[in-house]
Design a protein around this ligand. Structure first.
Ligand SMILES: [Zn+2]
Length: 461
């Protein structure tokens, strides 16, 4: 390695003073590129980024689900003044930009003048180095946007050389419409588009992974550069409100669908719940009798209490882990050639994906289940992810590439984080380098913070 880059590969003789690592039965891979990450949320407080580096992640791509740090120019500058252990790239968020323009009057489609103001803000974020536009169309305020608003903004990002990445408009009830929307955006904008954290998250969708793959393959044959990422767990982590896509939190029919089709009372487990902190960690099936209610009424009551607190201006009122997917679907989706890996995880979150996604891929889906070969899994975590994000100088072990590397033991690597212990460290990740510096080894972070900001198109990208 020289100046943070890989200088040469092959059967090399060590030069004077060079450090030699004996990797005997271990595997050396490019550092993992997490192309849907929320690890930035606590990065300022935890610049060592234990949850990320302990699973071999060297680059996080943030600004996801339509939410980004604004303005990116200042966010990037602050990261360069006080770097973290990992590299950071970011999208510009549609929700963030829409909020700046519409403020509290967001429960409607934007008019042409407002979309024009959003496009100006997006151009500014693209100029700061955003990879493209991200959307989170199941969340406020993006859920109220029209297709044409999103398309206009995706085109603005495309003109600047950016991409489009989306938490699509529905992962359950209106899934196929949402897939049609992102394929249409890919066709009309003429630039790469990516489905974030791909899910078939509702009972009637289970077993339809082949139908989804067929649609995506047909789009690619047409020339649409659509790709996707996935995290390897059958349960998601979001808010209770996403269970009510029409945003009528008193609608019993929607609540019934949520507990019978999208998930189950046993499958919905609260993470944070500020109105009743004692409910944290309990499932809806456990909470309902405490409220003296059936599970449908209990869900409506939990959202009512949370919304009352939100109306008082309290942030982060609630979140929930919901089991909505099946293992056969996850395995089929993992095998789609354009599926890269992501975590959707946080450094301080309650979903184990924040600490376990990549070791789980390598241990469970490669070694134990044989869903992917080791080289194919590594490719999806590195080179393919870099290609999907337009990151040119990382993701491969080649001379000239930045020296982001992970040394791991393919015979033992496995996740240990669970919903009960979401920050348990994985096993088998031996040493992790970022830009040539060791950031994690022997189960500990080193305190080194060599992470760089990766702006779209920049040299050390
Ligand atoms: Zn999301």
């Amino acid at each position: 390695m020289t100046d943070g880059r890989i200088a040469a590969i092959g059967d090399l003789a060590p030069g004077p003073g060079e450090h030699v690592v004996d990797a005997h039965d271990l595997t050396l891979a490019p550092g993992f590129i997490d192309n849907h990450s929320h690890h930035d949320g606590a990065l300022r407080e935890q610049p060592d980024a234990l949850g990320a580096v302990s699973q071999g992640i060297t680059t996080i791509v943030v600004g996801q689900d339509g939410f980004s740090n604004y303005p990116l120019k200042e966010y990037f500058r602050s990261l360069e003044e006080a770097p973290a252990a990992v590299n950071v790239a970011s999208y510009a968020g549609h929700n963030t930009i829409r909020d700046l323009v519409l403020r509290s009057d967001f429960r409607r489609e934007a008019n042409a003048e407002e979309v024009g103001r959003m496009r100006l803000l997006l151009r500014q974020e693209m100029a700061a180095g955003a990879l493209g536009l991200s959307s989170g169309l199941e969340y406020d305020p993006g859920i109220y946007s029209s297709r044409s608003e999103v398309l206009a903004l995706a085109r603005t990002a495309a003109v600047a050389g950016g991409r489009y990445i989306s938490h699509i408009r529905s992962e359950d009830r209106n899934f196929w419409d949402a897939i049609d929307e992102i394929i249409t955006i890919g066709r009309e904008a003429g630039r790469p588009v990516q489905i974030s954290h791909t899910k078939l998250a509702m009972r009637p969708l289970w077993g339809h992974a082949d139908s989804l793959v067929a649609l995506l393959d047909a789009a690619r044959r047409e020339g649409i550069r659509i790709t996707a990422d996935i995290y390897p767990y059958p349960y998601w982590h979001s808010t209770l409100t996403v269970l009510f896509p029409k945003r009528d939190f008193t609608d019993r029919t929607e609540a019934e669908i949520a507990v019978s089709q999208v998930s189950t009372p046993q499958g919905l487990r609260l993470g944070t719940y500020r109105p009743n902190p004692e409910f944290a960690g309990l499932t809806l099936a456990e909470i309902a009798p405490k409220l003296g209610m059936d599970s449908v009424s209990a869900l409506i009551e939990l959202v009512r209490r949370a919304e009352a607190m939100r109306a008082e201006g309290v942030d982060d009122v609630e979140n929930v882990i919901g089991t909505s997917m099946t293992e056969p679907d996850i395995e089929r989706l993992l095998q789609w050639p354009e599926m890269s890996l992501s975590t959707d995880g946080e450094l301080d979150g309650t979903h184990p994906r924040g600490f376990g996604s990549y070791p789980r891929l390598l241990g469970r889906y490669v070694r134990e289940r044989g869903v992917l070969s080791l080289p194919d899994a590594v490719r999806r975590a590195t080179g393919l992810a870099a290609d999907h994000m337009g990151i040119g100088s990382r993701g491969r072990i080649q001379p000239g590439q930045m020296a982001d590397l992970v040394l791991f033991d393919p015979a033992t690597v496995i996740d240990r984080a669970t919903t009960d212990d979401p920050h348990a460290l994985s096993v088998g990740i031996v040493t992790v380098w970022v830009n040539g510096e060791v950031v994690f080894t022997e189960g500990r972070t080193t305190g080194h913070h060599p992470g760089m900001v990766l702006r779209r198109g920049a040299a050390a990208h």
